[in-house]
Design a protein around this ligand. Sequence first.
Ligand SMILES: C[S@@+](CC[C@H](N)C(=O)[O-])C[C@H]1O[C@@H](n2cnc3c(N)ncnc32)[C@H](O)[C@@H]1O
Length: 259
Amino acid sequence: MPVMAAPPLGDRPAHAPPVDKRPEQIRAMFGRVAPAYDLLNHLLSASLDRRWRRRAARAWRPLARGATTLPALDLCCGTGDQALALRAEGARVAAADFCLPMVALARRKFRDRSRRRPGPPPSPAPLVADALELPFGSNSFGAATVSFGLRNVVDLDAALAEIRRVLAPGGQLLVLEFALPRRAALRALYLFYFRRLLPLVGRLISRDRAAYSYLPASVLQFPQRQGFVERMGSAGFADGAWDELAAGIVCLYSARRAP
Ligand SMILES: C[S@@+](CC[C@H](N)C(=O)[O-])C[C@H]1O[C@@H](n2cnc3c(N)ncnc32)[C@H](O)[C@@H]1O
């Protein structure tokens, strides 16, 4: 996959105010927006989100232990779209999220998909679990994906350490996350959309005041590009790199669990 090698210079987001990421707040917020979540994702991204998740899924490479291909883990799975994209690529996927209304929607999608397209690989029903305390043994997975999830976790380094624990050595980490475009004109335009229009549309459809203002705020404070690659490196991941999608409004990060 054409993942851009990390250049030496960091690219940190502009100064942004701290965001309230207390787990109970985050869980409740996603619980409130869950029914409108898919519709808003597709609407606010002009359906590009489907393409981004497919792109992440296609970067997945199976990792075998003996004769068995290790399953993949989709963390912060939300309504399950990233996990389903991985399944479509042939992965056996465990999906987890700490917000029950999101997991309930993911479970329903898993069931519907299995009914419509029966056959291997069988995947367990998505489960309720906190990214900071995963109910899985060490070295269990050949790959982990997190799409638009890590930015919401209260302790990014602890989440990366937990992902590293459950990945087998050499296991792949794929992270989709929003970023700011690098070109100044595009960045200005995007910031206008992100700060003004998106919260307005999000609020009208989800009827949640906070969630779609939280989105741009949380993106602005999350490390981007080289900044995030460095965080993965500090957590014990090697070969960190990223690929820019949609003119740089999203990055697909990849790394491997160092032995
Ligand atoms: C923006 S949604 C992304 C959902 C999905 N991955 C997608 O691509 O649409 C973020 C998700 O992260 C989950 N989340 C946030 N913090 C979490 C944590 N500590 N453990 C598990 N899930 C978490 C939220 O409940 C929410 O469903």
